[in-house]
Structures are given as structure tokens and as C-alpha cells.
Design a protein around this ligand. Structure first.
Ligand code: ZN
Length: 259
């Protein structure tokens, strides 16, 4: 009798452990380029879904029926997937885009659902007030537990007011490839200013973006090893693109190697 009770307790323990760690736990999954699937409080938020033509395989594996909210920092094809947009309309999934008129104007986001609040910060896609590449928006997601900022295709260093709005950010998704966005060196400057708990670099050259005139992740890795010594650098492989949010103890930079 006693033995079977112990067995049941062990089974229940492992079941709860499994549910907590693999079903309920908050997580961030990198889908390549600037696209992430964020899971918080059992809600799924997809951000910057790229065009399927880019060849990254992970977005097409996402079951959009399970997604609660979709966001794009701006309208460029590598951040806004027209097919995903059409499906979102059919499935009545809210989809907000931070620019309009093909990037000529901002389309500010202000949206609240459950205990998740989403807003955007108006920025530019270049360092010449949008004259070369138009507008960009930084998307901020605040939950009870943490604050995430996705910098989109930010093309300049943040001004005081923008940096102030991003104060005490926990997770920072930052472009590092240069050319269309800020460079690795500018990304490092922004990281030093904002001092987020976790940094995830994005928008760098991989085998899928071989023809893009952007740098690969190594330039950012080298720079951050030199300049961001208070961070632990974690290199993750293609087969392991998920970060379990609750398990992060140190200030960390997660680099996803997709070569
Ligand atoms: Zn862009």
C-alpha cells in the first residue's frame, strides 16, 4: 500500500514537473531572421514573421491557429508575411503592423489583452530620419513578469526619450547585421545604454540570407566578448532555439548559430 502511494506521488511529481516546464513555462522561441514566438501566461505572440520565400524553415511549422496575437515592426517582406496576414484575418487573430503606406508613415500600436500590454515606439529604418529606408517601429511587450523590446530594423542609435521608454527592459531583440540596420558596434552601444537582462541578436547573415549584404553573427560575438563582459554568452544550435524564460539566472546573450 505504502509503495503504491510512493509510486503515485512520484508519477504526479513528474507529471507536474513536465506540465510546468514544457506546457506552462514562459518561453521565447527564435524562428530566424527577426521572427520570434513568445509564450507568456499560456498566450502565444508571433512577432516579425518573414516571407516564406526567404527559406527559413521554422515559421512554416508554427500552427497559426494557436497564436493569439501577431505583430510586425514594419512592412518589409522580411518582417511581414502576407500569407500569415491573410490567415490571421480568416482566423480573426489580431495583427498589428508598426508602419503603413509602405513604411512612409508610422502606425502606432497600443493594445492590451489579458495582462499583456503592447505598444510601439516610432523610430527610423536609417540614420537619416527615414529618408533612405523609411520608418521603423520598436515594439514593446509588457507582462506581469517581464518587459520585451523588439527593435525591428532600427537604423540609428536611440535618442534620450526612446531610451527612456525602454528603461528596465528584460529581453532585448536587437539587429546586429548592419547595412539595413544598426551595426554590431551600434548594437553594443544600445545594449550598454539599456542594460537589459537578456539580449538576443537578430537580422544577421545565415545560410538563408546569404545574398543579404549584412554581417554574420561572428562580428557581434567577437565584439560582445570584448565589450559586454558582464554578460554570459550562450551559443545555441539550430536544433535548440527555445529559451525558457524562468531558467535564466545571469545577464545573458543568446546567440543562435544558423550557419
Ligand atoms: Zn526593413
Amino acid at each position: 500500500m505504502k509503495r503504491s502511494l510512493i509510486k503515485i506521488v512520484i508519477i504526479v511529481f513528474f507529471f507536474l514537473f513536465f506540465v510546468y516546464n514544457f506546457v506552462l513555462a514562459d518561453s521565447i522561441k527564435y524562428l530566424g531572421h527577426s521572427c520570434f514566438l513568445i509564450e507568456v501566461d499560456s498566450k502565444k505572440i508571433l512577432i516579425d514573421p518573414y516571407s516564406y520565400d526567404m527559406g527559413y524553415p521554422l515559421l512554416s511549422k508554427i500552427n497559426l491557429k494557436e497564436v493569439n496575437l501577431i505583430l510586425s515592426t514594419h512592412e518589409h517582406f522580411d518582417h511581414f508575411n502576407k500569407d500569415v496576414f491573410k490567415i490571421s484575418q480568416k482566423l480573426s487573430i489580431p495583427y498589428f503592423v508598426g508602419t503603413k503606406d509602405d513604411g512612409q508613415n508610422w502606425n502606432p500600436i497600443n493594445y492590451k489583452f489579458d495582462k499583456i500590454y503592447v505598444n510601439s515606439i516610432n523610430t527610423y529604418h536609417d540614420s537619416s530620419l527615414g529618408n533612405d529606408r523609411g520608418k521603423n517601429s520598436v515594439i514593446v511587450i509588457k507582462t506581469n513578469k517581464f518587459k520585451i523590446a523588439h527593435l525591428g530594423d532600427l537604423g540609428h542609435i536611440l535618442d534620450k526619450k526612446q531610451a527612456e521608454s525602454l528603461k528596465s527592459v528584460d529581453f532585448l531583440f536587437v539587429p546586429v547585421g548592419g547595412f539595413f540596420t544598426i551595426s554590431s558596434a551600434e548594437a553594443v552601444k544600445i545594449i550598454k545604454t539599456l542594460s537589459p537582462k537578456v539580449v538576443i541578436p537578430m537580422h544577421y547573415k545565415t545560410k538563408y540570407t546569404r545574398d543579404f549584404p549584412i554581417s554574420d553573427i561572428n562580428e557581434f560575438i567577437k565584439l560582445s566578448e570584448k565589450e559586454l563582459k558582464d554578460y554570459v554568452l550562450v551559443k545555441k544550435e539550430y536544433s535548440d532555439m527555445i529559451i525558457k524564460v524562468d531558467n535564466i539566472k545571469n545577464k545573458s546573450i543568446f546567440c543562435f548559430i544558423m550557419n
